[in-house]
Design a protein around this ligand. Structure first.
Ligand code: PLP
Length: 376
């Protein structure tokens, strides 16, 4: 048996949509399918404005530009995240201020945020790990109290909610990913959700290379010009066509992942009941999108050996983030040797199991069997 960590799902309408683009011969950006994707997000997520971007990395970089992040600014974020969360702000000269996570959901520990706020803090960036929403009620309260905007790295969150509200719509800005490792994927792609009306116009200019091209396209101006800092944040219509087919099937993709996730969870919840192994938390107040299934092993377990043994049985399991605060580059931002104990423990003991809408019950049971053989 060979079970990859992740498999690309091809939606039914993929061929029809991409063929229509090829037949037309117009692959230029911001066309029919890009708009369809944006409208889909706006409607389904109940969000003010969405723009499709080349990646979540690009969406985060765009967020930093929209908020006018500058040299010397401080950005609060978890250390347990992907490098793009930090890079977006570091590229503008800001300093990431790394905060520890809570040991259940592996999201930023909300009780540690206020201690890290200074008069230089310009944003709180939260990451909803595995599509499990952060406690947005608490984070919104902190944001209001100090008038600091929230940016949500919702890269893994397609169709996830907190208290029946879509993730990525709580902060001023939310960023999604359609990278091939995510639930809904077009290889490389992303979206930026703008939830603050005052930021929409700025976003329109920044994504169009800092120009007022939008007014030109609408026929309001005869030509467009450079009016702001900006870059290019569009995708090809060919990619957008592929993506829109995925959006249309996103609910059934999620249900297929749910079956795999529940099979893992039902089995491990019983088997590890009296063990120190930690499983993903139950979704109280959350609608899950079943992005990831993980186990946090015990202190004495050798994770690398377990990953290697799984691999020999044909099952591809993975670890996750190297904490940013003690990475080679991340250390440069730290005052002293910052210690984030939960982040460090989780990063050394987490193991993620294969999950995809194409994974069969037989494959999932095989993974469970192999894991139970190695871990107890
Ligand atoms: C995948 C991911 C990203 C990067 O997304 P890309 O679309 O590959 O740029 C950023 N943050 C988190 C939390 C992610 O999981």
């Amino acid at each position: 048996m060979k079970i990859p960590f992740n498999r690309q799902f091809i939606a039914k309408n993929t061929f029809e949509y991409t063929n229509s683009i090829i037949n037309h011969g117009d692959l230029s950006s911001d066309g029919y399918f890009t708009k369809k994707c944006e409208e889909w997000i706006q409607k389904e997520f109940n969000c003010l404005k969405a723009f499709i971007t080349p990646s979540c990395t690009a969406a985060l970089e765009m967020a930093a530009l929209i908020l006018g992040i500058e040299e010397g600014d401080e950005i609060i974020m978890p250390s347990y995240t992907f490098v793009s969360t930090a890079n977006a702000f570091v590229l503008r000269g800001a300093k990431p201020v790394f905060v520890d996570i809570d040991k259940e959901a592996l999201n930023i520990n909300t009780s540690l945020i206020e201690n890290n706020i200074t008069n230089k803090t310009r944003a709180i960036v939260v990451v909803h790990y595995g599509g499990y929403g952060c406690d947005m009620s608490k984070i919104k309260n902190i944001s209001r109290k100090y008038s600091i905007p929230i940016i949500e790295d919702a890269a893994q969150c397609f169709l996830s909610q907190y208290k029946n509200q879509s993730l990525g719509t709580f902060g001023d800005i939310g960023c999604y990913s359609f990278h091939y490792t995510k639930n809904i994927s077009c290889g490389e792609g992303g979206a930026i959700l703008i939830n603050n009306k005052e930021l929409i116009e700025k976003a329109e200019i920044i994504r169009a290379k800092g120009t007022d091209q939008k007014l030109f396209k609408l026929g309001i101006k005869g030509k467009y010009e450079w009016i702001e800092k900006g870059s290019s944040f569009f995708i090809s219509e060919l990619t957008a066509a592929f993506l829109y087919a995925q959006f249309q099937e996103s609910k059934s993709i999620t249900s297929k992942r749910e079956l795999v996730w529940n099979t893992y969870n039902n089995s491990f919840r019983t088997k590890f009941k009296d063990s120190k192994i930690t499983l993903p938390p139950p979704g109280i107040d959350r609608t899950l999108n079943y992005h990831m299934y993980f186990l946090i092993l015990k202190k004495e377990d050798n994770r690398e050996e377990i990953i290697y043994s799984m691999k020999r049985s044909g099952v591809e399991c993975t670890s996750h983030y190297q904490p940013l605060h003690n990475s080679t580059f991340g250390k440069k931002f730290e005052r002293s040797n910052l210690s984030l104990p939960v982040t460090e423990f989780v990063a050394s003991k987490i193991i993620r199991l294969p999950i995809s809408p194409l994974q069969t019950k037989k494959e999932t049971n095989y993974v469970i069997d192999r894991i139970l053989n190695l871990v107890n």
